[in-house]
Ligand binder design. Structure first.
Ligand code: PMP
Length: 288
C-alpha cells in the first residue's frame, strides 16, 4: 500500500493523521474509490468531477483544485506501480476543535491510498451473490444526500453488517418509500423484458461511474437501458440482476431474501455487459 499524505508518499503503515481531524471525529469529508485497470486510472476525470460536485455540496474547498488532486492520484498510482489496483482519494475537513463546527477547521486534508482490493472471492462472482433486504433505509436527500460520497458510511456499513449476519453476501437497500436505492456500496441493475433498468440517483443511489459506463455500453450494444424506479417486486419478476461499483466490479445477483432472482445464476445479458466492460475498461483510463 502507498499513501500520499501531507505532500509525501509513504508506506501504508507509516501514514498518520491527527486525532482532531474532523474526518475522524465527525465523518466530515468526501472520497472517491477508483479502479486502476491496465495501468490506467479508470475514468479519472469523471471521478474528479463527482468529487468536485460533492465538495461544493458540503462547502469543502479542494486544496489546489481538481488539477492538484489529479496529479496526486497519478503520482501515488505510479509509486504503487502495479497494473491493476484501487485508489482511495479522500478529502477531510481537516484538523479543528473538538466541537463539530467546520469553521474551526482552516485547512482541508487530502489523502490518497493505492492498494489491491478484492471485495468478493472469484467463485462467488461466477455463481452470483445472495442479497438480503436491509431493515435500515437509505437516508433521504433532506437528511444526507446519498449522491454525496461522504465519509459518513455508517448507514452503508450497518446495512452490510445486517446482510452478513443474516447469511447473505450483500444488502439490498431501500429508500424511505420502500423502493430500491442500491446495495451497500454498489449500484443495482435489473433485466426485465430485455431492458436494463437501474434506479435513478434521486431514489437514493450514488451516481456511480461504473453504472454510467454500463448504461453507455448497453445502449451501444442495442440493449435498451433506462433509469427507472424499482421495487423488490421488480427483482422477483426480473430475468437477471447485478451490481456495479469501482470496488465490486460487475457482480451477478443469484438470490434475494432466499429466493432465486431469474434462473438463480448469472444470465446472458450480464455476460454480454461484463464482456463489453472488460473490453472497454482498459481503454478508458488516464495512463500514469
Ligand atoms: N453506491 C455507493 C453507496 C458507493 O459507495 C459506490 C462506490 N463505492 C457505488 C454506488 C458505485 O459507484 P462507482 O461505480 O462510481 O464506484
Amino acid at each position: 500500500m502507498k499513501v500520499w499524505i501531507d505532500g509525501a508518499i509513504v508506506e501504508g503503515d507509516e501514514a498518520r493523521i491527527p486525532v482532531t481531524d474532523h474526518g475522524l471525529l465527525y465523518g466530515d469529508g468526501i472520497f472517491e474509490g477508483i479502479r486502476i485497470v491496465a495501468r490506467r486510472v479508470f475514468r479519472l476525470d469523471a471521478h474528479l468531477a463527482r468529487l468536485r460536485a460533492a465538495s461544493r455540496a458540503i462547502a469543502l474547498e479542494l486544496p489546489g483544485g481538481v488539477a492538484a488532486l489529479r496529479e496526486i492520484v497519478l503520482e501515488t498510482a505510479r509509486a504503487f506501480g502495479e497494473d491493476e489496483a484501487y485508489v482511495r482519494l479522500i478529502v477531510t475537513r481537516g484538523v479543528g476543535s473538538l466541537g463539530v463546527d467546520p469553521t474551526s477547521c482552516p485547512t482541508p486534508r487530502v489523502l490518497c491510498i493505492v492498494d489491491r482490493l478484492r471485495l468478493y472471492p472469484p467463485e462467488l462472482l461466477e455463481r452470483g451473490i445472495a442479497l438480503a433486504t436491509a431493515s435500515l433505509r437509505r437516508p433521504p436527500a433532506d437528511v444526507l444526500d446519498p449522491r454525496v460520497k461522504s465519509l459518513n458510511y455508517l448507514n452503508n456499513a450497518l446495512c452490510k453488517l445486517e446482510a452478513r449476519q443474516r447469511g447473505a453476501d450483500e444488502a439490498l437497500v431501500l429508500n424511505q418509500a420502500g423502493m430500491i436505492a442500491e446495495a451497500s456500496v454498489a449500484n443495482l441493475f435489473a433485466v426485465r423484458g430485455g431492458e436494463l433498468l437501474t434506479p435513478p440517483a434521486t431514489d437514493g443511489a450514488l451516481e456511480g461511474i461504473t453504472r454510467a459506463t454500463v448504461l453507455e455500453l448497453a445502449r451501444g450494444m442495442g440493449i435498451p437501458a433506462h433509469e427507472r424506479t424499482l421495487g423488490r417486486f421488480d427483482l422477483f419478476a426480473a430475468q437477471e440482476a447485478f451490481l456495479t461499483g469501482s470496488g465490486a466490479g460487475l457482480v451477478p445477483v443469484a438470490s434475494l431474501d432466499g429466493r432465486p432472482v431469474g434462473s438463480g445464476a448469472p444470465g446472458p445479458v450480464f455476460a454480454k455487459v461484463r464482456a463489453a466492460f472488460a473490453d472497454a475498461a482498459p481503454h478508458q483510463g488516464t495512463p500514469f
